[in-house]
Structure formats: structure tokens, C-alpha cells
Design a protein around this ligand. Structure first.
Ligand code: GDP
Ligand code: MG
Length: 696
């Protein structure tokens, strides 16, 4: 989005927004910048970069950067690394911010102050936004903002960002001149402190390190193990050695000494500025947790929630899906009615409209799934669900944290894979990425729905039976994901099962606006795919079925003579052992770029063949299909074999691209493509051949 208020870069004062994950940074960012924001990625990584423009109360233009959430500036995840590098001015793509707004969760002050001590070390003018004061009060905690400001030596503004309370005051504070905190309040034990200061002055004087980052650099050196200190000289080394010797006597690592000095300070500040009274809603949170994390009731609640979610996806969504379907159908009919017969009409009606419509039909289901995921995250339940699932995940060597990426992958593997960034252990993260595409994503729904309709064509088959079959498909994918996760953890990525440490945030009333915003943001990807990849492929496939012209009036002959038909025939020998003919082969070729293209390809394949001008339900056309010997193509066994193939195979260019970006190599996406497609082929082969042998 370009902003009408765009300024030449460098003229506006730039503020960075920093804080722990979930402390309300993005909410503050949205309050300040409104729609004047631009979202992109940091080059080379998929960490979101959000920049926005806003004005101080006096109309001074300013820039605001929403940095990724961080618990610490000693990075443990790609997100934290970016935050640190931007703040130090160490990224070529992003200018060092002039000032910092550090958002702090008042209900969790001590842990948040840990980061604040690191931010203040940077020496940038800083404002603390004391957010979530309402949550703190529900816990019975009152934070004295003025006292905190005196303690830290920087302005502190209380706010409740989700209600826009305190934002005006924050804007006011941001417009004023602010100075960096004058003195550093947290201190190391004397010995270390003097070593640190000596290293710092050596860095400035001998190594020409910019004084503004010299303290952080010196601290880094002190905190690293002695064999990992780069860029030092003999003088620095001798200072560092004194510190190391001292610590060796105390049997502490330098890193531990620094962390505990920060925590001691944070604890002291909290004792002086936080008053606690009787908790209000905290009791409620505890009571809810007694149920939601209970070994039995927790599971009941979990299964009920998941059940409700999937039930809504498959029932409530059918109404809007019908509307979308009918609209595209009428649009296609209208095009057929007003345009003269010919290639352009065919391209529009059978290529573009059928292709894009066939995919957009599933938008309501995706919206509902993302709505639920947003709701579960916003109320705080998601962390409990992850806690419950941790017991299952640990069986295959994964952490409860892998649950959220896997759940998101039911909608689409791409946001799921990006959500793995919160997993600190690189092996666990990779395993989660590798199995994520096995969770049946929404792009498979079109194929599942079509094939189930073909498998159970009778209108009288109860909906329950179809739903059961659908659930079975999801179950096969999910079990497969767990199976492969376990396998990979035992072989390729052997490693300790990490201990489950996950914070359970307090329950909150969800904010509808935030949930809807999340839902739209996450669904954008799907719509964009429909408008770009799918649209392009539909057009391409239509051309491949329409050219070269056979000159014959029969569309069967035309299809056989076309490029697509010839390609289908080429791969027929490979897919025939799975029970597929060359027309299904065309669908498979198309869906290697994106699975849902199978349905649009099939509509093109069979519509092209159909001489009448009416849109005939695809399913009926498919069921009429015969092998040359007259036997039907779509026997129940073939439908099952095809379904199984789609459950397992990795047919999504976008996923491959994202995995390449996230793992920064071609090795893992290619491995993933190979193992998933190979398994899919084998599974379908075994099912089809066994079924045939048994006489189905
Ligand atoms: P971020 O991870 O730091 O960007 O956090 P977000 O801005 O996404 O906020 C996380 C959640 O906290 C959202 O559901 C917000 O609506 C909610 N939230 C933000 N500020 C407050 C606040 O002051 N009080 C309460 N109760 N909720 C808040
Ligand atoms: Mg955020």
C-alpha cells in the first residue's frame, strides 16, 4: 500500500516498536498509524517487516517500525535476531531507528523488564508504553507508572491499547524531546563491571567501534564463551580473562552472570513499583485452567472445540459456498449467452471462470477456519490446546509448540510453515516444516469434495457418511504427519525432546476486530493464489487442451490431439498402475503446481469434451467416463486411490518456494517433494493393486 503521506526516507524521525511477543505492539502500531502502513518482509528471511507513518500531536511526521516480538536481544530465534540487528543498525536494508518505544506487558512486568534493560543499554532515547494495565488489574496488580519512570529514567505511559486508551498520551510523549536514560541502573558484580568498562573503552579507542554500540558489543564479548570471542585484541583479552577467572571461581558462565544481574535488577524494580491486591479475574483464569489443562476434561474440551470447528467448516460454510458457486455458474452462463461461440468464449467460460470459481468456492471454509484459529489465539485457549497436545506431540519427539503451525496447516501449509519460526530448536522446526504439508490443507478440499461426490454419488447417501469419509481423509494425513515426524526425529534429526516450556497467557475476551483482521490477513494468501497462480494455470491448461486444433468437430478428438492430451498419454503408463487414465493424468500434471487445479482442469477436460453449452455437473460427466474397453474409469477403488494420492503428495509450488526460503536451501524442499510424492505413489499403488487383486 502506498501512503498519501509518504516522505523521502531520512527526513522523518523513526521510532522502533519493541517488546515481548503478545505484549500489544501490533495493536499500538495500528492505533498510531491506522491505515498508513506498509507490510513486507526483511530480505532473505520471512520475518514480517511493518512500517507505518503517523503524526505527533503537533503534526510532525514520524515513522514507526513494528519489530518482531523478542524476549531478549541475545537472539534465539530469527525474529529476535532481526530485532536486535535493526536496533543496532546492523542491517543494510533498514536504517537504525532514532528512538524506541518499548511496549511492556504490565501483567508480566518482571519478565518484560528484562528486555527493557537490554533496550536501555542501546543508548537510544526510549519511551516505555506500559500496556495491558487492565490485565494486570484483573490479576490484582497495580503498576505505578510514575515510580517506574523514575526507576528507569525514561518516560513511561500507561495504556490499554486494545481500547485505544493512553494512545494520545503516547503520541504526545513521542512528540517531545527525549533523552536516553542517563545512567545504567543494573550493575554487574564489581569485578565484572570494571572489566566490562575497560573492554568498552578499548573497543572505542583501539577498534574504532561506534561509541553508541560499544557498550552492547563489549557486553556481547563478555557474555560469550572465551573461545567464541571474535574481534578482540590482547588488551581486551587480558580484561576478559580477569573476568573469566573470577567467574570460574564462582562456577558461573559470563552469560549467566549477566542474565542474573538483569533479573535481580528487574525484580528489585518490581518490588518497588508493583502493588498487589486481591485478584479479580485471575481466579477465573485459574479455574478455567483447572478444566482446560485437566488430563481428562482438558481432552474433552479440546476434542469438543476441534469438533465444533470442523463441523462449522463443513456445515455452516455450505451456504456461502453455494452462493459463490451459483454466482460463478451464472457468470459462465452469461458469458456463453452473450458471446459468439469461439476460442475467446471458451477461454473465458471454461478456463478463467471455471478455474478461478472452482477454487474461490472454498473461501468460506478457509475464512471460518482462520476465524476459529484467530479466536482461539485471542482468547488464550490456543496455548492450552498446545499444552494438551504436547503430551501427544512428545510421543513423536516434538514440542507442544509444533501444534499451532500444524493446526494452521489445515488451512494452508504456508502460514503454518511460517508459524514454525517460534520453534527455537532448529531440528524440531525442520521436522515440523517437513510434515506440515501432510495436514490436509484447504486446497485439497476441492479435490476431496469432488471425489467423495463421485465415490458416493447417490443423493440419498446420508451427509453423515460423507462427513465421515472426509474426516477419515483428514485423519490419514494427520496420522501420516505424526508418523513421519517420529521417523525423522529418530533418524535424520535425532535430538533431545525439549522440555515443554510455554507460557499460558491469561484468558481474555477476544476482540472481534483483531480476529477478523487476522482472518482476512491470513486468507489473503489464498485469494491471491486464486487470482495469480490458479488463474495463470487455468488459462495455460485451457490453451493446452484447445491447441493444436484437430480440425475435428468432436471434442474427444480435440482433447486427444491437444498438448494436454498428449502429455496425459505420455504419463499414462506411469499412473495406470494406480488406476488412473490419461485424463486424470492431465489433472495430475496441472496439480503439481497447485492441487486445487485438479478440479478446474477436470472441468476444462470434461467441459471441453461436452458438446452442449450447459454446465453439466462435473461429477456426472466423470461417472460417465469409460476406458476404451467400456469399463468405467471412476470405480470406487480408483476414487480411493486418487484420494489417497492427494492426501499425501506435495503438489504445491508455493509450499516448495516457502520451504526453500525458510530453510535457505534447495535440499529440504526437494527432499520433501521426493518423500511425499514417493509415499503418495506407493500408497496409491498398494491400495489399487491390492484392491484389484481382492476383486473390488
Ligand atoms: P504483539 O504480539 O505484541 O504484536 O501483540 P498484539 O498487538 O498482536 O496483541 C496481542 C493481543 O493482545 C491482541 O488480542 C490484542 O487485542 C490484545 N491487547 C493489546 N493491548 C491490550 C491491552 O492493553 N489490554 C488487553 N486486555 N488486551 C490487549
Ligand atoms: Mg505483532
Amino acid at each position: 500500500m502506498t501512503t498519501p503521506h509518504a516522505l523521502p526516507s531520512g527526513t522523518a524521525l523513526t521510532f522502533a516498536l519493541v517488546g515481548n511477543p503478545n505484549c500489544g505492539k501490533t495493536t499500538v502500531f495500528n492505533c498510531l498509524t491506522g491505515m498508513r502502513q506498509k507490510v513486507g518482509n526483511y530480505p532473505g528471511v520471512t520475518v514480517e517487516k511493518k512500517v507505518g507513518q503517523f503524526f505527533s500531536l503537533h503534526g510532525k511526521p514520524m515513522q514507526l517500525v513494528d519489530l518482531p516480538g523478542a524476549y531478549s536481544l541475545t537472539p534465539r530465534s530469527p525474529d529476535e535476531e532481526i530485532t536486535r540487528d535493526v536496533l543496532l543498525g546492523a542491517r543494510a536494508d533498514t536504517r537504525r531507528p532514532d528512538r524506541v518505544v518499548c511496549v511492556v506487558d504490565a501483567s508480566n512486568l518482571e519478565r518484560n523488564l528484562f528486555l527493557v534493560t537490554q533496550i536501555l543499554d542501546l543508548g537510544l532515547p526510549t519511551i516505555v508504553a506500559l500496556n495491558m494495565t487492565d490485565v494486570a488489574e484483573d490479576k490484582g496488580l497495580t503498576v505505578d507508572a510514575e515510580a517506574l519512570s523514575l526507576e528507569l529514567g525514561v518516560p513511561v505511559v500507561s495504556c490499554r491499547a486494545h481500547q485505544k486508551a493512553g494512545i494520545t498520551e503516547l503520541r504526545q510523549a513521542m512528540g517531545r524531546e527525549i533523552l536516553p536514560a542517563a545512567v545504567r541502573k543494573w550493575k554487574l558484580p564489581d569485578m565484572l563491571e570494571s572489566a566490562l568498562l575497560r573492554v568498552q573503552s578499548c573497543l572505542v579507542n583501539q577498534h574504532e567501534i561506534d561509541p553508541s554500540v560499544s557498550f552492547v558489543k563489549a557486553l556481547d564479548l563478555l557474555g560469550s564463551p572465551s573461545d567464541q570471542r571474535a574481534g578482540t585484541c590482547a588488551r581486551c583479552e587480558s580484561f576478559l580473562k580477569t573476568a573469566d577467572d573470577q567467574l570460574a571461581k564462582e562456577e558461573r558462565s559470563p552469560h549467566e552472570a549477566i542474565v542474573s544481574a538483569r533479573y535481580d535488577y528487574a525484580q528489585g524494580v518490581c518490588e518497588r513499583v508493583v502493588r498487589s491486591g486481591p485478584g479479580g479475574r485471575q481466579d477465573l483464569s485459574d479455574r478455567l485452567d483447572a478444566v482446560f489443562t485437566h488430563p481428562v476434561w482438558g481432552w474433552v474440551a479440546f476434542l469438543f472445540t476441534m469438533g465444533l470447528m470442523f463441523f462449522s467448516i463443513f456445515t455452516v460454510a455450505t451456504y456461502p459456498m453455494d452462493w459463490v458457486d451459483k454466482s460463478f455458474g451464472s457468470l459462465a452462463d452469461w458469458v456463453r449467452a452473450v458471446m459468439p461461440p469461439g476460442d475467446l468464449r471458451g477461454l473465458l467460460a471454461d478456463g478463467v471462470i471455471a478455474g478461478v470459481g472452482g477454487v474461490l468456492v472454498f473461501l468460506p471454509q478457509i475464512l471460518i477456519l482462520f476465524f476459529f484459529i484467530g479466536l482461539l489465539e485471542d482468547t488464550g485457549y490456543m496455548a492450552r490446546a498446545a499444552f494438551i497436545m504436547d503430551r501427544v506431540m512428545s510421543r513423536v519427539g516434538l514440542h507442544g509448540k509444533s501444534f499451532i503451525p500444524l493446526l494452521s496447516s489445515y488451512a494452508c501449509a504456508i502460514p503454518g510453515i511460517m508459524a514454525t519460526r517460534t520453534i527455537e530448536n532448529p531440528k524440531d522446526r525442520l521436522v515440523t516444516i517437513l510434515v506440515a504439508p501432510l495436514m490436509s490443507c484447504s486446497a485439497r478440499l476441492p479435490v476431496y469434495t469432488l471425489m467423495i461426490a463421485a465415490l458416493l454419488p447417490n443423493e440419498t447417501v446420508p451427509a453423515l457418511q460423507k462427513a465421515g469419509l472426509m474426516m477419515a481423509l483428514y485423519a490419514v494425513g494427520t496420522v501420516g504427519a505424526f508418523f513421519f515426524a517420529g521417523l525423522f526425529k529418530k533418524t535424520l534429526m535425532r535430538g533431545e525432546t525439549p522440555v515443554f516450556i510455554m507460557e499460558l497467557p491469561p484468558y481474555r475476551l477476544p476482540s472481534l476486530g483483531a480476529v477478523v483482521m487476522q482472518m482476512l490477513n491470513r486468507s489473503k494468501l489464498f485469494v491471491r493464489r486464486a487470482g495469480t497462480v490458479i488463474l495463470g494455470l487455468s488459462i495455460l491448461l485451457w490453451f493446452m487442451t484447445a491447441y493444436p486444433k484437430s480440425g475435428s468437430d468432436s471434442s474427444t478428438v480435440q482433447l486427444e490431439q491437444s498438448i494436454a492430451g498428449k502429455l496425459g498419454k505420455i504419463i499414462e503408463p506411469v499412473v495406470k498402475p494406480l488406476g488412473f487414465d490419461w485424463k486424470i493424468g492431465i489433472g495430475l500434471i496441472g496439480s503439481f503446481a497447485a492441487r486445487e487445479v485438479f478440479v478446474s482442469t477436470m472441468s476444462i477436460v470434461y467441459n471441453v469434451e461436452d458438446d452442449s453449452d450447459v454446465t453439466v455437473p462435473l461429477r456426472d460427466n466423470m461417472l460417465k467416463e469409460k476406458w476404451p474397453d467400456g469399463s468405467p474409469v471412476y470405480t470406487p477403488l480408483v476414487c480411493v486411490s486418487l484420494l489417497l494420492f492427494y492426501v499425501i503428495a506435495l503438489q504445491c509450488m508455493a509450499t516448495i518456494a516457502v520451504v526453500r526460503r525458510e530453510t535457505n536451501s534447495w535440499k529440504w524442499p526437494l527432499f520433501q517433494l521426493g518423500y511425499l510424492t514417493g509415499t503418495a505413489y506407493l500408497a496409491s499403488l498398494i491400495v489399487f493393486q491390492t484392491g484389484k487383486f481382492l476383486g473390488f
